[in-house]
Design a protein around this ligand. Structure first.
Ligand code: PGA
Length: 253
């Protein structure tokens, strides 16, 4: 079985002091743990990345950014390029999160452009996809997922250098989690799409994470699904006690 990847997505939360305290607690939590079957990743706000990557350099966790620019460099006020992230030794970068699609105009095309920039800079993209409640109720979830995959992966060579996160939008921050069966169904569809568009070997190796109100109470049932390889966790990842309990569950499974 491949490793679980447990990712904390802090979104726009925590002061610098709170962030530092969390990371120091995380160092304690991970100390002396057998982490052979799990990779722990934290994605703090960009202003804390330097502190985070410094700590990660000598500790068993990885760091990801929450977004990057689709452009190389130049006059793009407020943006952060993939090459800047590379120069800070970033391991991962989330792209296409539904909040960025909803509030900041992210599209399948910009996700595709960002994915390519990340690959040029040897950073593993965590590509987020997922349907709205209306789309689920209309019965078009699978079409939406396939369209998002086709858009994001246009002309992209995939091996094990990509992580996909299935995040049904209706489950994000709402406390409503997809049932393990609902999540498994879409994860299996994503893996099948990868097998058909790349090959079986890539499909086997690729990590497909679930996101959307994942928490200590439901992580077991989700992670035991055959096609769920970890989680992209928002709210519950802000609390070190909850985050460490979820890490412990993954270690045990
Ligand atoms: P949530 O967020 O765990 O708070 O639902 C997940 C995400 O948006 O990545």
């Amino acid at each position: 079985m491949q490793k679980f990847i447990i990712v904390g997505n802090w979104k726009m939360n925590k002061s610098f002091q709170e962030a530092e305290e969390f990371f120091l607690d995380l160092v304690d939590v991970l100390e002396n743990k057998e982490l052979d079957n799990i990779e722990v990743v934290v994605c703090p706000p960009a202003v804390y990345l330097e502190m985070a990557t410094d700590l990660a350099a000598c500790n068993p966790f990885s760091i990801g950014a929450q977004n990057c620019s689709q452009f190389d460099d130049g006059a793009y006020t407020g943006e952060i390029s993939a090459s800047m992230l590379h120069s800070m030794e970033m391991d991962y970068c989330i792209i296409g999160h539904s909040e960025r699609r909803q509030y900041f105009g992210e599209t399948d095309e910009s996700v595709n452009a960002k994915l390519k920039k990340l690959h040029e800079n040897s950073i593993v993209p965590i590509v987020c996809i997922g349907e709205t409640l209306t789309q689920r109720e209309k019965g078009v979830t699978k079409d939406v997922i396939v369209k998002q995959l086709s858009g994001a992966f246009q002309d992209v060579d995939v091996n094990d250098n990509v992580v996909i996160a299935y995040e049904p939008i209706w489950a994000i921050g709402t406390g409503k989690t997809a049932t393990p069966e609902q999540a498994q169904e879409i994860h299996a569809l994503i893996r099948k799409w990868i097998a058909e568009n790349y090959n079986e070997d890539v499909a086997k190796k690729i990590h497909i994470l679930y996101g959307g109100s994942m928490k200590p109470e439901n992580i077991d049932d989700l992670l035991i699904q055959p096609d769920i390889d970890g989680g992209l966790i928002g709210g519950a990842a802000l609390d070190i006690a909850k985050f460490s309990s979820m890490i412990e569950t993954a270690v045990r499974l």
